[in-house]
Design a protein. Sequence first.
Length: 138
Amino acid sequence: MSKWWFVLLAAPLLAATADDGIRRVMDDQVSAWNRGDVRAFMDGYEDSPSTTFVGLNITKGHAAVLANYQKRYPSKDAMGTLRFTDIEVRPLGEDYAVVIGRYHLDRSQQAGGEGNGVFTLVFHRTPRGWKIILDHTS
């Protein structure tokens, strides 16, 4: 019986730890994006051939996702200023979590205009910290 009490008491702590770690990754991504550093933005993703981005197409592999970001956002002006809102973190055990939220890009008309949408991210806790393994953005 005492084992179950530990599980019940530890669950909120695990959720808080996941939430804090994941939000830190996302805050770091926003900072990197807003200074025009796509490579640092990609540090939030697991550096793996199985990392997946789902948008209009499905892209597999950290290098391919990075290449797509660099092609789509070739300059700081094209990247604009990023904001994440309505973020909800849902732990899926100790080492995985799902995050849903909204993004907004402030950009000039010449740089592509404003952009916004929703996203679902799957995070995995790795030896290097929380990393995105799947990103579905629309």
